[in-house]
Design a protein around this ligand. Structure first.
Ligand code: GAR
Length: 207
């Protein structure tokens, strides 16, 4: 299965997918295109280091969001990608892309949805909010993407304990390493194996 990976920053989740392709767990997965919302994203270096084609498409460089949306959709379709993986992508996708790839877009969110999600909850912010609320566990969620922030069917979640000395940065690192980098490749594996079905906004996983 060929996938497009969308990024905005460091690209540790992109790296986790690349590593799992290399170690054979995702041997049948091919990253056809990396789409970045920013020219400064270190994820672009990871893509070029691994000979993966990439493109920078930022809405602010286009006359309208609609024009940008069609450009994104066109790039993904031209690259022959069947699944879009939002791996630390911090922009909201355009309507046409979401419609054309209905049930074929997944996102990794750094909290246990429905906690600490929605508009404005990205990057370090869910971890700041989790510590401010005093939750005892947090984690990450892979879910399908629809027109609203973080509200599509949940595919996989993984939790870790919140520890007394955690800062937002320490908690973020633990969740990236122990949750995100594990469940994002796992979700891609399940989708490639046709093991995920959706009914009434609930995702079901076949054994
Ligand atoms: C990750 O923690 C990811 O879950 C989060 O941004 C970080 C990107 O890291 N995504 C969101 O907040 C989306 N709402 P990365 O660029 O190193 O993969």
């Amino acid at each position: 299965m060929r996938i497009a990976v969308f990024v905005s920053g460091g690209g540790t989740n992109l790296q986790a997918i690349i590593d799992r392709i290399k170690d054979g767990y995702l041997a049948d997965i091919d990253i056809g295109l990396v789409v970045s919302s920013s020219p400064k994203a270190y994820a672009l270096t990871r893509a070029s280091d691994n000979n993966i084609p990439s493109v920078v498409l930022s809405a602010k460089d286009f006359a309208s969001r609609e024009e940008w949306d069609l450009k994104v959709l066109n790039a993904v379709e031209e690259a022959g990608c069947e699944l879009i993986v939002l791996a630390g992508y911090l922009s909201l996708l355009g309507k046409e892309t979401v419609k054309a790839f209905s049930n074929r877009i997944i996102n990794i969110h750094p909290a246990l949805i429905p906690a600490f999600c929605g508009e404005g909850m990205y990057g370090i912010r869910p971890h700041i909010a989790a510590l401010a609320r005093g939750v005892k566990v947090s984690g990450a969620t892979v879910h399908f993407v629809n027109e609203e922030y973080d509200s599509g069917p949940i595919i996989i979640q993984k939790a870790v304990d919140v520890l007394p000395d955690d800062t937002p940065e320490i908690l973020q690192q633990r969740i990236m390493k122990e949750c995100e980098q594990e469940i994002l490749p796992k979700a891609i594996r399940l989708l490639a194996d046709g093991k995920v079905s959706i009914e009434n906004n609930i995702a079901y996983i076949k054994d």
